[in-house]
Write a protein that binds this ligand. Sequence first.
Ligand code: NG1
Length: 468
Amino acid sequence: MSGGVGGGGGRPGRARRGGSTGRPADARGAPAGGPTGSRSRPDARWQAFAPGRVNLIGEHTDYNGLPVFPIAIDRGVRIDFRVTNDGAVRLDSPVARFDPFAFQLKRPIEAAGQGDWSNYVRAAARGLLEHGVRLERGIEGTVTGDVPIAAGLSSSSALVVASALALLKANGTTLPRLELAALMARAERFVGLEGGGMDQAACLHGREGHALRIEFEPLRVTPVAVPEGWRWVVASSLVRAEKSAGAREAYNERARQCREALGGVGGGGGADHGRTRAAGGVGARRGAVSDSAARDARGDATTERPAYRDLVAEGNLDDLLRRARRVLAPVLFRRFRHVVTEGRRVALAEAAMRDGDMRRFGDLMVRSHESLRDDYEVSTDELDAIVEVALGAGAAGARLTGAGFGGCAVVLCDHRTVAPVMEAVAARFYAPRLGRPPTGEEMFAVRAGGGAGVGERGANDGRGRVPS
Ligand code: NG1
């Protein structure tokens, strides 16, 4: 998100990991803003916290109705707030480029300009109101956080979810987590991204020490214990993946191409899908085929066409791909191949994690990256370089995480390889580009953390979680 919140000086009582500056970071990972811990909100009785996430495998599958396999991370977005009785939402941020804003819950909520961070809060409020939640009271407070922005770590959904939890608390009401996750996935589309439902579900269902298999239509979340000794490292490519701006079109184009490819393969096999028009371009039949996740997220009318899930479940993947190659233009075929093989890899990766087989899991991460690079075309030279250096230094697996187009890579190591891998990436990727070692905002180890919550500020347990 460009409009997310960066930095925050750490949550109260929470120790920062070594290497962190302890100050907020902008999307390039450089320290930004002031010493935000000093912006106290003595009148803020409440605190909402929502974590970012790192997707371990299952990329660009959620909006195609196929599973994903992320962890919620031990970094997130926090809103310290008090309740207002006039229905106003007034929020600020210690980060200079995020201007304070205000809007009224009792009037129609319009979008602010493209890239404006308030849109994520407006999206949450609109989503709740359209769902029939009565929001009589507003919130006034300060947003802080330590998820790097526009990095594919879902700072945007963390802000959406934290805002929703704050508004629900202010109005003395709650929603079941699954319902809220599906609702916020729809709501976040207000910013113009045809996204799936992974981020909001991961944020709300995070569990310490667990990865999350998330399935769609209906939304389901299954925690899977991360084996002892598995270590995750996140490394920024130093390139922003601005989903509220530049990367949005490329992302939405992929979603359109997937729908068109599905129409070609599922729609009887004889059609000339994409062969006579620019793939995913002006001629793409947007909305003509609605896959299950998109239906789930958008609440669209149902369609008789099979979903990706049905095609993958039909059985032999090679047969399916042979059929797809016959009927699809090359670009659409590659998009299709990524989606269906990635769906298969998620199932295999979950089995590898349950077996404690790091090598197998790592191999699947590498195959996922190759597919995202070659078939889905969302990687960058920088992401490829991080993956190559990490693997060369002994990592079990590495891949881009999130939508791509910049953002971060995630690397799987064991306790012995984590230090040499981080040293190699620092020396061979960051040093030539930055002329200095990376900060703890550019490369850091993450753990699978707990889910979002809201409660009294004093109830924070020191690890950023508050009771829901
Ligand atoms: P990032 O760019 O990592 O926040 C986006 C989508 C996800 C998913 C991934 C690609 C939103 C809010 N996020 O995530 O749903 O599609 O790309 O796997 O739409």
